[in-house]
Design a protein. Structure first.
Lengths: 589, 583
């Protein structure tokens, strides 16, 4: 049973740092699984637990009706466990005791069939300076379903046995206990009248009952008043009768269930003392506050300023366009020559760009980092464009420093990731940079895939438009013209002469230059147009691949910042739910 | 007689005073200190010169239900201390004395309440010493004190019994066959022997002599040689104790306790007191001084690392605020107005002018106001960056670092959880940092406002110079035309001067540059503001750290105090061992 709760308790302890409940300690004298989940027809243990010299052995003998364990009134007393069991159970009892108390037990067997499953145990004391006694009793208590808790009229208010009782009762139902007060005969001498003795006994049993009830927080239990030297007086006959027959399998089962439930209640009690609801509430408040703060200080500028600026960065487009252009142009003969010739001019134009844009051309990483260096500050939710920006790391650091100051719990949650320190904040920023720049990289490669493969004009047309033009304008067209004009031979000669003339050459070359430049410009324009179309689609469509979406990446990063907080809240919530479930199931039982 | 004992008394009373001044800290609770103090008072009581005229203060100790009150009554042959079969009945000490003087004042450091004879039997109440005046032969020689139980479920009873033991001059231990093996009494047996207290053992409710023998055996194995054990049979038992151990001989032995105490060997007494003293000293060292020292060490190292901690930079640059003014100042400078720079600026504006021409024409057609110059920004100071929030942020970062340092060790973290209120009071609110920026910026803005329409310094100097010269005002009015003249000169210079244009251009540029540097109040001013802000911020941060350090320092006794305690303890230890070996 305890194992079922173990995980819950472990998790709560991990969250709150509370010490383990007393009934889960390593050597707690609490009913264990072996006794609680035993088969119905197996033996059960009744043991007499009590302080030194309160008359445990005498009671056992009185109950059994024969001297099975020697009475002692001085010295160490009973040092071993003495079991009174049916012969059929001897092996079982021996196995159990051999495990818990190797060599420190004795078994007395009987052949009383109505007591086949009941094992009566006499145990050493629980309060003397003989440590071994206390140890032995504590170990065997893990198997005792029905403890007869025994005190004498002299000792019933002692602290040490009460402490042990409190621990044992954590794991066993109060109705399984028999609380008894021995040596009632000592209250009055034999000469005194019995009425006074009886009233004294009643008063004492009330006092003891009250003490037990306040210790275990239960209704005042029945106290069995015993006197081993007067076996026929007080409650001893009733007790003997109770123990003279074994309990039915069903009643033992019920007792086990009760014990289980009591263990559950003890755990539930421990859980409710951990103040989980309050913790969860404050954690949720903290979580909400942190989310709001991070969203206002970091989220707004990132999503409403940096990401759009990144997407609209002209240099970013230019870099994209350059790359695609390179690819497309390679398949256009002659135009590619022109492209190479024009590239110095293009780079000259780029020199005129402001510095950040030039960085952008260098690599996505440097572009992103340039943008992250100047996040606009915000006032509340409103971006404040007029004020100069600060770096994402600085904003992150100050956001978390603020949270850390307002909510001391942050210090514990983020003890491994102190975002209010410079270094962690910077590494978080570089994580964001890596995310954004790798997204940009991915976008580029996707563009390359989608745009670079096929042009809208097939290879034939490309050849026609380039090589064809080169052949047609300077050579074929004049040739055809002269052929069609009717004087083939003379005109052809004339044509050949003209073709090699300066005027003609200049004219043709100039025309072709213009023609090819036009082609180049059209190609460039078309590339830009397609890139725009794609970017637009990415920006607007909600169904884009999340790895390609810059806002998606930024949001993911923001979420990651809150992970320690969120996971702690989730765990707490989960634990609270399970604790509620536990409480409910116990209430239902 | 006992010089070393007097000295011990002196030293211990000083020590007690010192400890009184200690406050409770998380490591050393206040109740621990007060318990130790009360034991010290007990020691001081024992260190006083013994008074043989008053009866020995004898304390009866035992567990619940051993019959302490009953035994008291039987010894005195009167119903004095209330006895009951209910357990944990007596909850405070009850002393039976022959008269008022028999009990020293403040004995047990409890209120002494004399119980009137008609309200007997007296039942002891916690927190007070009930005194019953009863004159018999026995009370003439000893003052018997009945105590609450030592092992019951009421911790307060245990504390009362322990206190009575510390103040006792003689002890009677009471056990029963059921309880003689319990663990609670064992340390007291040992201490009674160590403190050379005349001790009697009584076993009540005895039924057979073997138990008595076993008890004797137990005491002997625990190192008590020849314990004096008496036996009282249970009412209904047939057992009859031997004549040297029955109630009569017990009464005699109890009566003789005073005599025994008076004839204590001087050396024995010294040794016993030395033992008491060194026990108390050990407790002082283990439970008070060394935890305090550990905590002090933790606090010291926390303070050291706080002081060494890097204060985050203010990180504020006000130049965006002043940049506008600087440009305006430049434009108003007479050197600029006179110099070629203005021409160059005009030339630079031409392409933009041309580009905007269509727009300008359109505006003109729509009948709007038209300006040939680009929309200028130098007319207003513009929006200011949020410097105060930056400073607040930096300050919060500092406070977070402070918190981290303090919660780094469990010792110092415990201080916060014990005294969080004062700790948060030691923190300076972050708005203080914001105030710095606010004040400095207000100051700067006021200055800017003043300067906005004032001519720059070089211009002022030139104006002053020119106003001294005859016709100087005119020169300065005309000086604005200089660039245009210069342009004409440069354009036509070949006709007159040769390559002098370069010279003119160069020298003018140089003059403007020098003039600008000389007259640049704005840069200097903004640099000063920056420096002042960061200086004030650092000072505030240092003050914060200092306040936290002070708070930390106050939480634990100073090392000087601890050193003093330690020295005192050492002196006491030396004296104790001296007393122990004084022959």
């Amino acid at each position: 049973m305890l194992n079922e709760y173990q995980q819950l308790v472990d998790e709560i302890r991990d969250l709150t740092g509370a010490p383990a409940p007393a009934l889960m300690e390593e050597d707690a004298p609490v009913l264990g699984d072996a006794a609680l989940h035993a088969p119905r027809d197996q033996m059960y243990l009744i043991a007499i637990i009590g302080g030194k010299d309160v008359g445990k052995s005498a009671l056992v003998n009185a109950l059994v009706g024969q001297e099975i364990t020697p009475r002692t009134s001085f010295g160490p007393g009973t040092e071993t466990a003495v079991a009174y069991a049916h012969e059929d159970q001897k092996q079982n009892v021996a196995t159990l005791l051999q495990r818990e108390a190797p060599g420190q037990f004795r078994i007395v067997t009987h052949r009383i069939d109505p007591l086949r499953r009941q094992v009566l145990l006499d145990l050493p004391d629980i309060d003397s300076h003989y440590r071994a006694h206390v140890e032995l009793t504590r170990r065997i208590l893990r198997h005792v379903l029905f403890p007869i808790w025994m005190q004498s009229v002299e000792k019933y208010a002692d602290k040490q046995p009460q402490e042990l009782l409190a621990t044992v009762a954590l794991g066993n139902a109060p109705q399984n206990f028999i609380f008894s007060l021995n040596k009632v005969d000592q209250l009055t001498g034999p000469a005194a009248d019995s009425a006074a003795a009886d009233s004294a006994a009643r008063e004492l049993s009330e006092d003891y009952s009250k003490r037990v009830s306040s210790l275990l927080k239960i209704k005042p239990p029945q106290i069995w008043l015993l006197s081993a030297i007067h076996p026929d007086r007080h409650d001893l006959p009733a007790l003997r009768k109770l123990l003279s027959e074994e309990r039915s399998e069903k009643s033992v089962d019920t007792s086990r269930q009760n014990a289980l439930q009591r263990q559950g209640l003890s755990i539930a009690d421990w859980v409710s003392r951990q103040d989980l609801d309050h913790r969860l509430e404050s954690m949720k408040r903290l979580s909400a506050a942190a989310e709001e703060e991070v969203a206002a200080r970091l989220g707004t500028p990132l999503l409403e300023s940096v990401v759009p600026r990144l997407l609209e960065d002209p240099a970013y487009r230019m870099a994209l366009a350059d790359e695609l252009m390179e690819k497309r142009v390679a398949r256009w003969p002659i135009v590619n020559l022109l492209h190479i010739l024009l590239s110095p001019l293009v780079s000259l134009a780029r020199r005129r760009l402001p510095l950040p844009h030039q960085f952008a051309l260098e690599s996505p990483e440097s572009m992103v980092s340039a943008h992250l260096q100047s996040l606009p500050t915000t006032r509340g939710d409103i971006i404040d464009p007029a004020t100069p920006g600060r770096s994402a790391a600085a904003i992150l650091q100050s956001t978390f420093a603020f949270l850390h100051q307002s909510y001391p719990a942050i210090a514990r949650l983020y003890s491994n990731w102190k975002l209010w320190e410079t270094m962690p904040a910077q590494s978080a920023e570089s994580d964001l940079r890596r995310r954004l720049s790798s997204t940009v990289e991915r976008q580029r490669s996707r563009l390359r895939e989608q745009l670079g493969v096929s042009g809208f004009i097939s290879a034939f047309f490309r050849t026609l438009l380039t090589i064809g033009a080169l052949l047609w304008f300077p050579i074929i067209q004049p040739l055809l013209e002269s052929l069609l004009s009717g004087h083939p031979m003379r005109d052809l000669t004339l044509l050949a002469v003209r073709l090699l003339g300066v005027t003609y050459l200049l004219k043709t070359v100039a025309f072709l230059a213009i023609y090819y430049t036009l082609l180049w410009l059209i190609l460039r324009w078309d590339t830009q147009r397609r890139i725009d179309k794609f970017l637009y689609r990415w920006k607007e469509s909600p169904h884009t691949d999340p790895t390609l979406s810059l806002p998606g990446q930024a949001i993911e990063w923001l979420n990651e910042l809150l992970t320690p907080l969120r996971s702690a809240t989730d765990r707490l919530e989960n634990v609270v739910q399970r604790a509620d479930h536990l409480k409910k199931s116990l209430a239902a039982a | 007689m006992s010089d070393p004992l007097d000295k011990l008394h002196n030293l211990w009373s000083q020590m007690e005073e010192q400890i009184t001044r200690l406050r409770g800290t998380p490591a050393v609770g206040g109740d621990l200190i007060s318990r130790w103090r009360s034991d010290t008072k007990a020691l001081l009581f024992h260190l006083q010169k013994p008074r043989h005229d008053h009866p020995a203060l004898t304390v009866l100790l035992g567990g619940t239900g051993t019959g302490k009150s009953t035994l008291t009554n039987r010894l005195l042959e009167a119903n004095i201390s209330a006895a009951s079969f209910r357990r944990t009945f007596t909850s405070g000490p009850v002393a039976i004395a022959r008269d008022n003087d028999a009990i020293p004042q403040h004995w047990l450091r409890l209120d002494h309440q004399i119980i009137a004879n008609d309200s007997l039997p007296a039942r002891g109440q916690a927190g007070a010493l009930a005194i019953v005046l009863h004159k018999t032969d026995l009370t003439n020689s000893i003052t018997l004190t009945d105590t609450p139980d030592l092992d019951g479920d009421q911790p307060a009873h245990h504390a009362e019994a322990d206190r009575a033991f510390r103040w006792a001059q003689a002890i009677i231990f009471l056990v029963t066959p059921e309880k003689y093996q319990m663990t609670e009494l064992l340390p007291y047996y040992r201490l009674a022997q160590r403190y050379a207290l005349p001790t009697l053992f009584v076993m009540n409710k005895l039924e057979e002599s073997a138990v008595l023998e076993d008890f004797r055996q137990q005491l002997v194995t625990r190192g008590l040689d020849d314990p004096r054990i008496f036996a009282l049979p249970r009412d209904d038992a047939a057992y009859e104790p031997p004549p040297d151990a029955n109630l009569q001989s017990l009464r005699k032995a109890v009566g003789g306790l005073n005599h025994e105490l008076a004839h204590h060997n001087k050396n024995q007494r010294c040794a016993a007191l030395a033992n008491r003293s060194s026990d108390l000293l050990d407790r002082l060292r283990d439970q008070i001084i060394s935890p305090l020292r550990d905590q002090r060490r933790a606090v010291d190292s926390a303070i050291a690392s706080l002081r060494a901690m890097a204060v985050p930079a203010a990180g504020i640059d006000v130049s965006p605020v002043t940049r506008q003014l600087q440009r305006r100042m430049q434009e108003q400078s007479i050197l600029y107005l006179m110099g070629p720079q203005r021409m160059l600026d005009r030339v630079r504006q031409v392409p933009g002018l041309l580009l905007r021409l269509p727009r300008t024409a359109f505006d003109l057609l729509r009948g709007q106001s038209v300006s040939l110059f680009p929309p200028t920004t130098s007319q207003s100071p513009g929006q200011l960056p949020d410097f105060s929030s930056t400073l607040t942020d930096q300050f919060t970062i500092l406070q977070s670092r402070v918190d981290d340092v303090i919660s780094a060790t469990p010792h110092t973290a415990a201080l916060i959880s014990a005294d969080g209120q004062l700790f948060s009071q030691a923190k300076i609110p972050a708005t203080e940092a914001a105030k710095i920026a606010q004040e400095e910026l207000d100051d700067l803005k006021k200055w800017l406002q003043e300067r906005w329409d004032a001519p720059p310094r070089d211009t002022r100097i030139l104006h002053k110079l020119l106003s001294v010269l005859p016709g100087g005002k005119k020169i300065s009015q005309w000086s604005e035309a200089a660039p245009y003249l210069l342009a004409v000169v440069v354009a036509a210079h070949h006709a007159f001067f040769g390559p002098i244009d370069l010279l003119i251009l160069g020298s003018f540029t140089l003059a403007t540059w020098v003039g600008e540097k000389l007259s640049n109040e704005v840069t200097a001013r903004s640099r000063a503001t920056n420096a002042r802000i960061s200086q004030r911020f650092t000072r505030l941060a240092e003050e914060q750290v200092e306040r936290i350090c002070q708070w930390l320092d106050q939480q634990v006794p100073s090392s000087a105090q601890l050193m003093k305690l330690e020295r005192h303890a050492n002196a006491l230890a030396e004296l104790s061992s001296e007393a122990a070996h004084a022959q």
